[in-house]
Design a protein around this ligand. Structure first.
Ligand code: FES
Length: 135
């Protein structure tokens, strides 16, 4: 299954309105996001952290294909989290099944920053071996 989970109600559709960067830690990988050329669909919501990182060649684990049916895309938004808005109730429920949840935890496939600030994404330690930069 890819794209949007048809069994969940549509969440607040938001996309970035300004260019911004996603810095991935560890590794200090910087991805530039252009609101005129957003990615996702096959990897989470359009403009999601997962969609933008996958397009840039930064592979993040996402077992369900980005449809909010797992928690493998769990990341920490270490900085700039306010630009990501609130997690939906369904996202919060799924995050609860992830290990080592923090107040900054989000699912990368559902987290769509608005571009008002640059963000820093920390990959949880157990997923770091899975992260590959393909460019
Ligand atoms: S990839 Fe499954 S919830 Fe994000």
């Amino acid at each position: 299954m890819r794209g949007r989970n048809p069994f969940l109600k549509a969440t607040d559709e938001r996309t970035p309105t300004k260019p911004y960067t996603i810095t991935v830690q560890p590794g200090n990988i910087v991805v530039h996001v252009d609101p005129a050329n957003l990615h996702g669909g096959d990897h989470g919501l359009v403009g999601s952290v997962l969609g933008e990182l996958m397009e840039a060649g930064v592979d993040i684990e996402h077992s369900c294909g980005g449809v909010l049916a797992c928690s493998t895309c769990h990341v920490y938004i270490a900085s700039g989290g306010k630009s990501c808005g609130e997690a939906s109730e369904e996202e919060e429920d799924m995050i609860d099944s992830a290990p080592a949840v923090r107040s900054t935890s989000r699912l990368a496939c559902q987290c769509v920053p608005d571009g008002s600030t640059d963000i820093v994404v920390e990959i949880p330690s157990w997923n770091r071996n899975a992260v590959k930069e393909g460019h």
